[in-house]
Design a protein. Structure first.
Length: 81
């Protein structure tokens, strides 16, 4: 395996397009059974997170999540927290 510094020349610059930018903030709501629902700010789709591991990470006032609808990272805020 090569050292990571040798691999940087092989990574396409488009990978870093949104890495340095701010996360899009969206409000989320807790649903019955521990699920979390939010509206994707990129394509306006409603997303329901039912995975227990992902839902456990979202029990804070703000949490990062890779969106299932668009693939981008979002900063989810909990209403009422």
């Amino acid at each position: 395996m090569t050292a990571p510094s040798n691999s940087w020349s092989r990574i396409h610059p488009s990978v870093f397009h949104s890495a340095a930018g701010p996360l899009r903030v969206t409000e989320s709501a807790l649903r019955p059974g521990g699920a979390v629902r939010y509206r994707c700010p990129h394509n306006d789709s409603l997303v329901l997170v039912t995975d227990e591991a992902a839902s456990a990470e979202l029990d804070r006032p703000t949490a990062r999540l890779r969106c299932a609808a668009c693939g981008e990272m979002h900063l989810l805020t909990q209403e009422g927290m």
